[in-house]
Design a protein around this ligand. Structure first.
Ligand code: HEC
Ligand code: HEC
Length: 389
């Protein structure tokens, strides 16, 4: 707690802080990539919206259309969500924000194999990237949540993540005149504050994190100079019938939004994670996980639900070590039929890694607020692990 006193005092000198907190006005402009349309709604605009089908181009075709997505939030809701996302006020002891584990500079992950929440407690899994979450239908590695609004309640009320409770969070927001004024700006038709507005604002902000303008995308839109020869060769390995990466990591999102059992290992000493078995109560899903997007993958090490692979080379090599090679002895898994033994050569693995690095695009990286409605310090600093500060 003590470490927050100093920054708060500094903020008070700098800015116009009244007894109720700093004066903040929500943006009336949509974030990059969105256009303001009638009824004060932000609509996504991307070149992919001109591609309507995948016909004749095969799996992994560069001009595949996007799946359905969330948009239509107001600029004020998105901006309020941005403040909430970085605000440790949302946790029970004001120590942890969404951004503690989803740091913008790290592709909205935290650089850890297992994330850490309040009191430095370790979670079971690695924090996934939040880029392009607007296009996902299911959330968490085991797909146990089906909306961003529902998902947010996981970390908020988990005793090891943010440790809050609904009544306590409601009270905390009601005690903040600044937040109440902002919720009124963002939800002008509502009568008073309720937690559903907070979940909506977080969903609005996360839906604005769109990354579809990488060098790969420029190539897909017809600029053949956007990729170097080895990167194009890597794309061809990625799409090939031998490697089959694109069957699951399907462009343009580099996920088919499905669950697959691929048999990744756990780090030494960690128990086998049954994944989607629990969600669907289906034995065939034992060890099944959501196919993650590979957008901004260069920024989000370590890899897999368990963070077991430290770099992209190791993650790619996993696929060529033999079907089921990492499955614990005696365990029966229904490994997906696209996981086989491609016997990729070392040079092909290098090409894959070179290609994956062309999927980096942070052109719509949101600004981290310098002042928060709570007066607390926004959490996330240059990719440093917060626990080590
Ligand atoms: C203590 C670290 C931590 C905090 C704090 C945290 N998250 Fe996460 N987040 C994770 C981890 C770990 C997962 C994956 C958990 C799992 O799959 O079981 C995750 C998953 C997610 C997902 C699902 C992404 C996907 O592709 O399935 C979303 C969305 C998300 N978090 C948003 C948030 C929001 C919004 C907040 C703040 C209200 C938040 N997180 C706070 C660690 C954290
Ligand atoms: C059968 C579907 C399938 C195929 C084929 C496949 N993947 Fe995956 N991939 C997955 C799933 C599922 C995960 C998550 C597994 C886990 O967390 O344990 C994953 C995870 C990854 C990750 C880590 C992502 C992260 O955010 O941590 C990388 C990198 C990756 N795959 C690359 C590849 C490459 C390269 C190929 C081709 C050689 C490939 N994948 C083929 C389903 C597939």
């Amino acid at each position: 707690m003590l470490r927050y006193l100093a920054p708060i005092t500094i903020l008070m000198c700098w800015s116009n802080v009244s007894a109720s907190g700093p004066a903040i006005t929500l943006s009336n402009k949509c974030p990059g990539g969105f256009e303001l349309v009638e009824s004060n709604r932000c609509e996504l605009r991307t070149l992919y919206q001109f591609y309507t089908s995948n016909q004749g181009r095969g799996v992994g075709g560069t001009q595949t259309a996007l799946p359905e997505h969330r948009d239509g939030f107001s600029p004020q809701q998105i901006d309020l969500g941005r403040y909430l996302f970085f605000d440790p006020l949302l946790s029970v002891d004001q120590s942890t924000a969404c951004s503690s584990c989803h740091q913008p500079e790290l592709g909205f992950t935290d650089g850890r194999a297992q994330s850490r929440g309040i009191a430095n407690s370790e979670t079971d899994r690695s924090a996934p990237s939040l880029w392009n979450s607007a296009f996902q239908q299911r959330f968490f590695w085991d797909a146990r949540s089906d909306s961003l609004e529902q998902q947010a309640q996981g970390p908020l009320y988990s005793p090891i993540e943010m440790g809050n409770t609904p009544p306590q969070l409601q009270q905390t927001i009601e005690n903040s005149a600044t937040y109440i004024a902002l919720f009124e700006q963002a939800f002008p038709d509502a009568e008073g504050f309720d937690l559903a507005q907070l979940y909506t604002a977080l969903a609005a902000f996360q839906s604005s994190l769109v990354s579809l303008n990488s060098r790969y995308d420029q190539y897909a839109h017809g600029n053949h100079q956007a990729l170097a020869d080895n990167e194009i060769a890597g794309l061809n390995v990625f799409r090939s019938f031998v490697a089959r990466c694109a069957e699951c990591h399907t462009p343009p999102l580099f996920t088919n939004n499905q669950i697959a059992v691929i048999g990744t290992p756990e780090p030494p000493g960690k128990q086998f994670d049954v994944g989607a078995l629990t969600t669907f109560n289906n034995e065939k899903m034992r060890g099944g996980f959501k196919v993650p997007t590979l957008r901004n993958i260069e920024l989000t090490a370590p890899y897999m639900h368990s963070g077991v692979f430290k770099n992209l080379r190791d993650a790619a090599e996993f696929y060529t070590k033999g079907r089921g090679h990492a499955v614990p002895e005696g365990m029966e898994l229904h490994i997906h039929w696209h996981i086989w033994e491609p016997e990729l050569k070392s040079a092909e693995l290098d090409l894959l890694v070179a290609f994956l690095a062309t999927l980096t695009d942070q052109s719509f990286l949101p600004e981290v607020p310098t002042v928060l409605p709570s007066g607390l310090t926004p959490l996330t600093t240059n990719g440093k692990l917060l626990a080590e500060q």
